[in-house]
Design a protein around this ligand. Structure first.
Ligand SMILES: Cc1ncc(COP(=O)(O)O)c(C=O)c1O
Length: 373
């Protein structure tokens, strides 16, 4: 089976799996317990907190472990906006039409609380421009939320420029880095982000663990997302998932080298070259600054349903994003790029595994050729 859906979730890396099993075996104590084992586990968790903080230029005290980027995004909105720091007359949020569905769902929730949402449209390359953010900011804007890398297009937004706009206007800036962490450089000060969301399973870590960075966390009034016994600065109650966090630490350590190695394969350029050589008609969505591991490909002369059905035992392919690929509706990201419903449905999101081989891509190109209309 050739797995081409790593943007949805990547397979666990071997080193991470080893750490995870060892941690399940050895690091079973509750990190809040004051005995020796509890303290050991607490120290192991703090080491990962430090590792993640160091990798983004933050302080360990600004990192909260969560169940993944969905929860981190919920914290970014709910804990900050409803915590009591933001004046109650500031009820305007700026986000984009191409965010992950969880952000759109959180915004829908904030509408029920009386907030107004401005959704920015990407340019034709799938990029959210800083100028669009600047012109949408109002006196009552409480939060701007723009993802760093789009999960369907792989397009990289100019987060530093957007951060500068927000900083000058004194507006909180959140960026969802679920798809970018480990793949593009992140320094929270250079980017001027106040809040950032991360997910382990996008970098070869286990599912069910992630983190949120909150600038000056301890100085803020924050609403807990889970009321509990004070864990994670009182923001997220519940026994801390030590084995998952410890394994996440290994993913943070080993993933960047794997990704560098992957880049040297040139998988994306190779696939595009083969499509051209075989005379397959294609269009790349989001062709600006993009990740080398993600490709949104509209194949207007290919029967996509046939391609997926006939090859379901050979390829794992996604139409649109993972969350919407079982739904009939066209991808909201592609329609934001003005693709018709028909073209959106004729689009594959190909996200490469780190160990992809050129022969795997040759097989894919042949399968596409066979499904020509
Ligand atoms: C951009 C983005 N944000 C959030 C998520 C949700 O992440 P998690 O599965 O860790 O909750 C994803 C995963 O699909 C994503 O791609």
């Amino acid at each position: 089976m050739i797995y081409l859906d790593t943007a949805a979730s990547s397979p666990i890396l071997p080193e991470v799996k080893d750490t995870l099993f060892q941690a399940f075996e050895n690091s079973y104590a509750n990190s809040a317990s004051s005995h020796l084992l509890g303290e050991q586990v607490s120290n192991e968790i703090d080491q990962v907190r430090e590792l993640l903080a160091d990798s983004i230029g933050a302080y360990p005290s600004e990192i909260i472990f969560t169940s993944g980027a969905t929860e981190s995004n919920n914290i970014a909105f709910k804990s900050l906006l409803l915590g009591g720091d933001i004046p109650s007359d500031k009820k305007h949020i700026i986000t984009t039409h191409i965010e992950h569905k969880c952000i759109l769902a959180i915004c829908d929730y904030f509408v029920t609380l009386g907030y107004q949402i401005t959704y920015l449209k990407p340019n034709k390359y799938g990029i959210i421009e800083a100028a669009a953010v600047a012109s949408a900011i109002r006196a009552d804007t409480a939060l701007v939320s723009v993802m760093q890398v789009n999960n369907e297009l792989g397009s990289i937004n100019p987060i530093a420029e957007i951060g500068e706009v927000c900083c000058k206007s004194d507006v909180l800036f959140h960026s969802d880095a679920a798809q970018s962490y480990g793949k593009v450089d992140i320094d929270v000060d250079d980017l001027n982000v106040d809040v950032m969301s991360f997910s382990a399973h996008k970098i070869g870590g286990p599912k069910g663990i992630g983190a949120v960075y909150i600038r000056d966390l301890r100085k803020r009034k924050l609403m807990p997302v889970i009321h509990g016994a004070g864990q994670e600065e009182g923001l997220r109650g519940g026994t801390v998932a030590a084995p998952l966090i410890i394994a996440y630490g290994t993913a943070i350590t080993v993933f960047p080298d794997y990704y560098e190695q992957f880049k040297s394969i040139g998988a994306k350029e190779y696939l595009i070259g083969q499509l051209t050589d075989y005379g397959i008609s294609y269009n790349i969505n989001g062709s600006g600054d993009c990740l080398p591991s993600c490709l949104s490909l509209t194949l207007s002369a290919t029967n996509i349903s046939l391609l997926i059905r006939d090859n379901e035992n050979e390829f794992c392919l996604a139409q649109g994003s993972a969350c919407s690929s079982r739904e009939i509706e066209a991808s909201h990201v592609l329609t934001a790029l003005d693709l018709t419903r028909e073209l959106a449905e004729n689009t594959l999101r190909i996200s490469f595994p780190l160990d992809i081989l050129k022969k795997n891509l040759d097989a894919l190109v042949l399968a596409i050729k066979k499904a020509a209309i």
